[in-house]
Design a protein around this ligand. Structure first.
Ligand code: 1GP
Length: 248
């Protein structure tokens, strides 16, 4: 039942405890830049490259970015779609995700119904994931019509996470929002992780080695960073984040 990429991720998590993924937003980067970021990530020990953003609009550019990454690195690509237009036939896998705290049925199941036939047709591996937007929530919260859950509401966040797990989702993502000032607090991560049986993904606003280490220590299985790659010194920043996760 588990596909090749899911087995690879679970194997990495079991070997390394916490793994890192680099998120590339195709709207913010050229194909040539994406190739460099992917190479830097691979050399730094990143486990996979996620591709997507809250406002993906050019399908053609998305295809270019995925292809150039596939050509330049051996890491798997996982789409991180904002809606059905975030699908590229060139990707290995896709987070087949539902925004569990959206007030709009489109983000709960509508986009998934639109996208499912394409995923079948292109033979992209779907990774079932429950997506929960917490704290400030950033652009993803606005676009996804999320009823964002304040960081201190541990029980409400946990209820969403468990609902996702019981519905059969095999990963749960706590999203603080790309570029937010305060990343998801370690206390919230451990409160959720303690009761969850599936891997926990955490992202949004993680910029430093210390923040990454704290999230890993709190029990995050996968830590996602996106914004730091926009910086010119991204090579060093990615390496520091991965180091922080490993030395937690
Ligand atoms: C956003 O969680 C990801 O969807 C990553 O956030 O861009 O702030 O690293 P940053």
């Amino acid at each position: 039942m588990f596909g090749r990429i899911e087995k690879y991720l679970l194997g990495k998590i079991s070997a390394e405890k916490t793994i890192h993924m680099t998120l590339i937003d195709p709207e913010k980067i050229t194909s040539a830049q994406a190739a460099v970021v992917a190479e830097n990530s691979e050399n730094s020990g990143t486990t996979a490259i996620m591709i997507g953003g809250s406002t993906v609009s050019s399908q053609e550019h998305l295809d270019d970015v995925v292809q150039v990454i596939k050509k330049n690195v051996d890491l798997p690509t996982i789409l991180f779609p904002n809606n059905a237009s975030g699908i590229s036939k060139h990707s290995d896998a896709i987070w087949f995700m539902s925004l569990l705290n959206s007030a709009d049925p489109y983000y709960l199941v509508g986009a998934q119904i639109q996208g499912a036939p394409l995923i079948k047709k292109f033979n992209i591996e779907p990774l079932p994931m429950g997506y929960i937007i917490v704290g400030q929530g950033g652009t993803a919260g606005i676009v996804g019509q999320a009823i964002t859950i304040p960081y201190e509401k541990f029980d409400v966040v946990l209820a969403h996470a468990l609902a996702g797990q019981y519905l059969g989702m095999r990963f749960i993502y706590l999203e603080g929002g790309s570029g937010v000032t305060n990343p998801v607090p370690p206390e919230l991560i451990s409160a959720v992780k303690k009761h969850l049986d599936v891997p926990l993904i955490v992202g949004g606003g993680i910029r430093t080695r210390e923040q990454a280490a704290a999230a890993a220590q709190a029990g995050a299985d996968i830590i996602v960073t996106g914004n730091i790659i926009e910086n010119v010194d991204n090579k060093q920043r990615i390496a520091e984040i991965v180091e922080g996760i490993r030395q937690k």
